[in-house]
Design a protein around this ligand. Sequence first.
Ligand code: ZN
Ligand code: ZN
Length: 281
Amino acid sequence: MSFHGVRGSTACHGRETQRYGGNTSCVSVDFGASSPLIFDLGTGLRYINCQTESSEPKPFVGSCLLTHLHWDHTQGLPFFKSLLHPETVLDIYAPKQPDGASLREIFLKKIAPPTFPICLNEFEATINFHEIGDDDFSIGDVQVMSRFVPHTGPTLGFRVVANNATVTYLSDHQQPLGEFALTTGARQLCQNTDLLIHDSQFTPAEFEVKSDWGHSTIEFAMWVAETTSAKRLALFHHDPSRTDDALDVIANRLAGVAKNRGFEVFAAADEMSVEVSAVVS
Ligand SMILES: [Zn+2]
Ligand SMILES: [Zn+2]
């Protein structure tokens, strides 16, 4: 699997963030025989099925598990070059909305003049929307579990299993205001996973003043990994103000702590690829 965008909230740019990267949430998982799976459609999407700027668009046939509709998770969609190819088929699985609004209608309003030059349905590609909630289903050979998780607005987390390897994606996840705890759904997603990709936006000091912004501290992500016996934790959805040097310090400090608690931790970075396989113990 590969990280294409690891930032939360907004894309960022500059010398202080160039090593970990500044694109917003987008991760791809390639299970070999099955068609590719993408988590979220942030600005990192532009680098999937990547071509040089001058090359012709290439077709893409695959699926996206979309956690929610916030900008940082959807902004890459109209810049995904494969949408310009008529053989592209993108299936987007996203949370059903409480007011019953159709996902297609929402995206047709979101990607349209005057806020974007063309309308979403003017792209050559076929885009299918699937409205989901607390569900268990398959996409090809991949088993998918989706569960609503606390954030701001309807938001899903995902657990995917293929070839005996499990990846959990919990990109935007509101930490409880008091004692650390997990909803039943979030625990189902994380339990014994091989790789947990978890919201790690805030330090405890930042969380004190932004406790209702829908996110987690790095310490909460560590607790979730430990309490659900995850094998590896990828710190993800970094705050745009978090510099490369600060992430180095955090990752180095936590490596030993995680080892003592029985798992590995690393800070996800744009363009990082990770092999995921079931750890036999
Ligand atoms: Zn986000
Ligand atoms: Zn969000």
